[in-house]
Design a binder for this molecule. Structure first.
Ligand code: ZN
Length: 397
């Protein structure tokens, strides 16, 4: 895992909470300024102008001035970076959006040696310097990457604190074997390779799912605002966090493995957010099969597909191609015939022309590997909200 558990003292926790609140306040201020901006208008304030405004705001508001200027300036810098990513057609990220208290809690510190440092106390304990909080202990669960330039502290919904060091990951060298792999995103199978291999992103175990269902029932019965309700919510959040940790870990390992084994990696150019959003439709034009699609979409998100593709792009720069997914699931990878009827079921592909039979996702992956309809990825004009800065690449493995 790329994260470390942070264990602040109660006094330090109060400082960290303030940092989170200030970072969120400054970020949301920037979001608000930019929300008034639209094409054709005079530019929204840039980073320098925003820094000047921040200085003014700090002069005006004591509570802001009492906080760390480093934290607040960094939030602005993160926002600027997020906007840049949003306008970069080669890296279409979503538009930076509002951060909510209790949900998007975190801040970032840069400037190792000046603003922060890290030291080891014992085999399992380290300390990181946080401005205004001092040395905060964390569990030294793995080596701290030597090239770490910055770190991010976050508080999850279960109330746990985490520390993640940002490093530029060294790209995984291409094996030089000339091998091409296609990867198809599936719902039941998280990812199918054109080699026939099927990868499953880990989820909760059956007993964990049972426990989750029980907790959710209990939550529905609990009185609003009661202690019991708080405890149940906390337990649910911990289960969800466990699932998401497992998926992240899986995406790191899987992407490294694929980047090592293949020279060229082709994936479907899936606009996950498009798909997940389209099901609802509008009031005038309600989506069809809303419930079925919603189920499917949850599956896609849960499968960690987006994360896997992002990590692949990080680790194999210039070696990942996006293929337009049109007909990849209906086209026979053996004879090329396109027929919807060939897709017998979710899992089975059987060509109506030549009889070729294969796992449906693997058949699609072979089509993707062949690179049919390879297109350069341009700006798609779709805005997807993000409430984080573009992820600085976290240390993997
Ligand atoms: Zn065929």
């Amino acid at each position: 895992m790329s994260r470390y558990r942070l264990h602040p003292t109660p006094a330090q926790e109060a400082v960290l909470r303030d940092h989170c609140g200030h970072a969120r306040y400054v970020w949301n201020l920037a979001v608000e300024q930019h929300s008034h901006w639209h094409p054709g208008r005079k530019g929204a304030p840039g980073y320098l102008e925003q820094c000047r405004q921040l200085t003014q705001a700090r002069a005006e508001y004591l509570w802001l001035a009492a906080g760390s200027q480093t934290v607040q300036q960094q939030a602005l810098r993160d926002f600027t970076q997020a906007m840049k990513a949003f306008f970069d057609p080669g890296n279409p990220a979503g538009r930076p959006s509002w951060r909510k208290a209790g949900r998007d809690e975190g801040f970032r510190i840069v400037g190792r040696g000046r603003q922060w440092d890290v030291r080891r106390l014992s085999r399992k304990t380290g300390q990181v310097w946080v401005p205004k909080a001092g040395w905060v202990r964390f569990r030294w669960s793995r080596a701290v990457p030597s090239g770490a330039k910055s770190y991010r502290v976050t508080r999850d919904r279960a109330g746990r604190w985490h520390l993640a060091f940002a490093v530029i990951p060294a790209p995984v060298p291409a094996p030089g074997n000339g091998r091409v792999v296609g990867i198809d995103r599936g719902v039941a199978v998280s990812a199918a390779l054109s080699t026939g291999q099927r990868l499953h992103a880990p989820a909760l175990t059956a007993p964990e799912r049972t426990r989750l269902r029980r907790l959710q029932r209990r939550l529905a019965r609990a009185t609003r605002g009661s202690n019991r309700r708080g405890r149940v919510k906390h337990a649910i959040a911990r289960l969800r966090a466990r699932e998401s940790d497992r998926r992240k870990d899986w995406a790191e390992k899987t992407s490294t493995g694929i980047a090592r084994r293949f020279d060229l990696i082709r994936v479907e150019d899936l606009q996950i957010d498009n798909m997940t959003r389209s099901a609802k439709g509008t009031r005038e034009n309600p989506g069809r099969n809303v419930r079925a699609k919603a189920g499917l979409n949850r599956g896609i998100l849960r499968s960690g597909w987006g994360l896997l593709v992002r990590r692949l792009a990080d680790k194999a720069p210039g070696r990942v191609q996006k293929v337009r997914p049109a007909f990849t699931s209906q086209r026979c990878s053996a004879c090329g015939q396109v027929d919807r009827a060939s897709r017998e079921s979710q899992a089975v592909f059987r060509c109506t022309a030549c009889g070729f039979a294969c796992h449906a996702d693997v058949n699609a992956a072979i089509n993707i590997a062949a690179g049919h309809a390879v297109t350069a990825r341009g700006g798609d004009g779709v805005t997807r909200p993000v409430n984080r800065e573009p992820h600085l690449l976290l240390q993997s493995e």
